[in-house]
Write a protein that binds this ligand. Structure first.
Ligand SMILES: Nc1ncnc2c1ncn2[C@@H]1O[C@H](COP(=O)(O)OP(=O)(O)OP(=O)(O)O)[C@@H](O)[C@H]1O
Length: 660
């Protein structure tokens, strides 16, 4: 028999009747829209028929005893955030963690969910179905964050389909995954919005705040966990969306799931959805029990909730620090916590907790059995994760093709302008030598600087979602990084090819197919090294302004050592080593070789008197300190730089995401 909260006038009361909605199927889905004849709809009945009912979750009992949470401060000292807290959450119940701001609600909930931020030290015992918490909590429980983060350019169904591939057991069949996605879309009233973009482009219809919350909830429900943590699930919602969200949570509890929420001063109606209330203040438990017990407990301390006053508002008011009289408030809060610790409700709770621990102490077999169950989850194969992440990032590019189109048009415009400037100048004459070298440098520079700076924003923008998904164990940093880069590849091939094609032919560079195709290949390589370098700076410095601050001097050093501005052999030794990092130098040398190798007929004319006359390509290369047999060494060096920058970027990304 479960405890059922009911509204009694303006007050809460709790009955022991089974909740009326015990068997209901969350929220009835909206009627089918006209475009409903999708493959998903057509598959849905067959899937249900073939696979039968959805897999059932495992009921979860979470019990915690004497939990203390500290965080390490910058000076190395420990700050206590949660102090000696005990409690229990059973299957089929909804527990509200409440308290004034800074009371320790989120800290306690992340400790209970085994999702502690780095630098947090948790002491005490927390058991889930008799087992000490571990990494299995990521599969066994769902955690809905207060701020929902999504890849906005995806539709609802794309998001859920990708998440199903990343979150669900690797052995789950494709039909079962589709069935789960469809079930959740229907249950959470998202079916009608399944083809809506999560965040719209150009004001196209997008999800409402309530729909976003429900989508975040659906994402957590994909694996059908028995334990759900929700951090302020109603914050930012209007009253009807908040009520709808609470109804969903209550429905999950009614199915037998264990639901724990932090919540900010819910109104009486929302509060009535909770079975249990845990009031925190200054990191301690000020009360734990039913709302009715809370009223009588506070009354016994002389805090009688005035009529027409929302009881939860009143409790929080009692437990808040009053500005100007903080020390008196702290004393009063301490007194409430101390009185609760010796109250009947606390004793009752202690007995329940001790009973659970006693069961575990005497049932080692249960513990190992649970452990076995946790170990049976098989994550999706890493190539599957990689493929679905590539798909996700490719969708972003496809969804907003304007960005790609504008970039390509911009490249073509620059290529046309640059090509026209060099048109007819690249001849086999003394002045033509400079023009050819100038055109080559334009190809290299255009494929270096703007691409390198264009990726700087990419990783910092994605860090919040990345951190969250990495913590949830959906994939690893190298998989994410590889997927991100692969999804960029089409643009990284098309842009340099188009640019080089236009400049090369308009400028009239060497007309052999070999020289042209090799130059295109080098331009592609240059752009990819530049992107790798930009990605490294982006991952290493974590914010665009800081990355730019470091990248600008670096790119000047690369440019100065490219071989165009200073004769490499005349550079001082203490800076000349930088050229070994300069892909501008390697590509300049390689492209120059392609233009000048084997050329024997450069003319000298009378008006160029006084200038040294270079009559062969070999002499031109020597003037720039280049050597014709360095072509493949340059290509190899470019590949090494490409791999080195990408490896450094992955290491930086791993380091950065581990610290969060
Ligand atoms: N990493 C940290 N370093 C120092 N203090 C911290 C850290 N994390 C949390 N705190 C402090 O611990 C206390 C509890 O924080 P927590 O976020 O758990 O509070 P909360 O009850 O969830 O508050 P809110 O309702 O405002 O979100 C706060 O005073 C907060 O400033």
């Amino acid at each position: 028999m479960s405890v059922n909260p009911k509204l009694n006038g303006d007050r809460l009361s709790f009955t022991t009747e089974p909740p009326a909605e015990e068997n209901y199927e969350m929220i009835p889905h909206s009627s089918k829209s006209k475009d409903s004849r999708s493959k998903y709809d057509l598959l849905f009945p067959e899937i249900e028929e073939v696979l039968g009912p959805a897999p059932t979750f495992r009921p979860c009992t979470l019990v915690w005893r004497d939990v203390t949470v500290h965080t390490k401060l910058k000076d190395g000292k420990l700050k206590r955030l949660v102090n000696n807290v005990s409690g229990i959450a059973k299957p089929g119940t909804m527990t509200a963690l409440m308290g004034p701001s800074g009371a320790g609600k989120t800290t306690l909930m992340t400790a209970l969910a085994h999702r502690n931020p780095v630098g947090t030290v948790v002491d005490g015992d927390i058991l889930m179905n008799g087992t000490q918490l571990g990494e299995f909590m990521h599969q066994e429980s769902g955690y809905m964050h207060q701020d929902d983060l999504f890849v906005d350019n995806l539709t609802v169904i794309e998001h859920l389909t990708i998440m199903a591939r990343l979150r669900m057991d690797g052995r789950t069949s494709s039909l079962a995954r589709k069935r789960r996605v469809n079930q959740l879309l229907r249950q959470l009233s998202l079916y009608g919005s399944r083809f809506t973009l999560i965040g719209g482009l150009d004001g196209r219809k997008t999800l409402s705040g309530g729909e976003r919350k429900r989508l975040a909830f659906a994402t957590e429900l994909l694996t059908d966990p028995g334990l759900l943590f929700c951090d302020e699930p109603t914050t930012g919602l209007d009253s009807s969306s908040a009520h709808q969200m609470m109804t969903l949570l209550r429905a999950s509890a009614a199915q037998g799931k264990t639901v724990i929420c932090t919540i900010h001063q819910p109104n009486t109606e929302l509060m009535a959805q909770f079975h249990k209330l845990v009031l925190l203040a200054e990191g301690r438990v000020a009360f734990a029990g039913t709302a009715t017990q809370a009223l009588s407990f506070f009354k016994s301390l002389g805090y009688t909730c005035p009529l027409m006053y929302n009881p939860t508002d009143y409790f929080i008011k009692v437990l808040s620090l009053t500005p100007g009289s903080e020390s008196a408030s702290r004393q009063a809060i301490k007194s409430v916590c101390d009185r609760f610790a010796v109250s009947d409700a606390a004793k009752e709770l202690d007995m329940e907790i001790h009973f659970e621990f006693h069961l575990v102490d005497n049932e080692d077999s249960t513990r190992s059995m649970n452990q076995e169950t946790h170990d049976t989850f098989e994550p999706p194969f890493f190539l599957t994760k990689l493929w679905w992440l590539i798909y996700r990032y490719l969708l972003i590019v496809i969804r907003d093709p304007r960005v790609q189109c504008v970039r390509i048009l911009q490249k073509l415009a620059i290529a046309l302008t640059a090509g026209m400037c060099f048109m007819g100048t690249a001849r086999l004459t003394q002045s033509g030598i400079q023009d050819v070298q100038g055109a080559l440098f334009i190809i290299i520079a255009e494929n270096t600087f703007s691409p390198m700076y264009s990726v700087l924003h990419m990783f910092p923008e994605e860090f919040p979602l990345l951190n969250r998904e990495l913590k949830a164990g959906l994939y690893s940093a190298p998989i994410y990084y590889t997927a991100r880069m692969v999804a960029l590849l089409p643009g990284l091939l098309i842009e340099p090819t188009l640019f080089t094609l236009v400049v090369y032919w308009i400028a009239g560079l060497r007309g052999s197919l070999y020289a042209f195709s090799f130059t295109v290949f080098l331009a592609i390589l240059v752009l990819n090294v530049a992107i790798a370098c930009g990605s490294f700076f982006s991952c290493a410095f974590g914010s665009m302004p800081v990355a730019i601050a470091y990248l600008v001097p670096f790119d000047y050093a690369l440019m100065m050592t490219s071989g165009l501005f200073i004769k490499l052999s005349s550079m001082p030794k203490y800076v000349s080593w930088i050229r070994h990092l300069s892909w501008l130098m390697y590509s300049n040398e390689a492209m120059s070789i392609l233009q000048w190798d084997g050329v024997q007929n450069i003319t000298c004319v009378s008006d160029e008197m006084g200038m040294p006359c270079l009559s062969t390509g070999e002499e031109v290369l020597t003037t720039y300190d280049f050597a014709s047999n360095n072509l493949w060494t340059d290509v190899l060096a470019l590949f090494i730089l490409y791999l080195a920058f990408h490896s450094l970027a992955v290491l930086a990304l791993r380091h950065r995401t581990r610290r969060k």
